[in-house]
Design a protein around this ligand. Structure first.
Ligand code: AMP
Length: 214
């Protein structure tokens, strides 16, 4: 089963992808994570995209399609979760062609609906464990007082460079201008389901399970 998690920054795509990896053993393909890895390891491509990412703009279709192409087919059974990809119509077309070439189905596209105010609150308060990627929120799920991640024992926590209000505005604009047309695109293909992403993460996970089991 291969699925796309679609939604604005802060909708909870990464959190739900992590839950699905645990519950279903699926493989998460997050282009955001791949790009951040390229930056950390200092590759030419990583250097090229750094400023674009920090500003909250989309990197080129060519780069992200290339990243996905490299990973696809490398044994994603029992299926892939596309997280943060596709983000443009060109990427959606390219993904369709890649899946077709590999004989893989696209089973569901799950739109995670969250209103803008909640997104800003979530993102500006967000941090993650540097070791396992567990997501924390200053208000709703603070880092434990002992400074130890209960998930993995890690003690280093990071905030993303683009998780600030300025960059977030650009990211939201990019979402509405370039990514939200994918809602109609996948609706027309009969693939789209929506879940209320404002609920707590366990309730969202249950809603996603219902879609996948339908
Ligand atoms: P994310 O972690 O998904 O929020 O992505 C962080 C940043 O990486 C985005 O703001 C973009 O600059 C870049 N990025 C991630 N995925 C894509 C994509 N599919 N297309 C273009 N840019 C992307």
């Amino acid at each position: 089963m291969n699925i796309i998690l679609l939604g604005p920054p802060g909708a909870g795509k990464g959190t739900q992808a992590r839950i699905l990896m645990e519950t279903r053993g699926m493989t998460q393909l997050s282009t955001g994570d791949m790009l951040r890895d390229a930056r950390t390891s200092g590759t030419e491509m990583g250097k090229k995209v750094a400023a674009v990412m920090d500003a909250g703009k989309l990197v080129t279709d060519e780069i992200v399609i290339g990243l996905i192409e490299e990973k696809l087919g490398a044994g994603g059974a029992p299926g892939y979760i596309f997280d943060g990809f596709p983000r443009t119509l060109a990427q959606a077309d390219a993904l369709g062609a890649l899946l077709e070439k590999l004989g893989l189905p696209l089973d569901a596209v799950i739109e995670m609906q969250v209103d803008d105010e909640a997104l800003i609150q979530r993102i500006t308060a967000r941090s993650t464990c540097g070791s396992c990627g567990e997501v924390y929120n200053d208000i709703t799920k603070p880092i434990p007082a002992d400074g130890i991640c209960p998930n993995c024992g890690g003690t280093e926590f990071k905030r993303r460079a683009d998780d600030n209000e300025d960059s977030l505005k650009t990211r939201l604009l990019a979402y509405y201008k370039q990514t939200s047309p994918l809602i109609g695109y996948y609706y027309a293909k009969g693939k789209l389901s929506a879940v209320d992403g404002l609920q707590d993460m366990h309730a969202v996970a249950v809603a996603i399970e219902k879609v996948l089991d339908a």
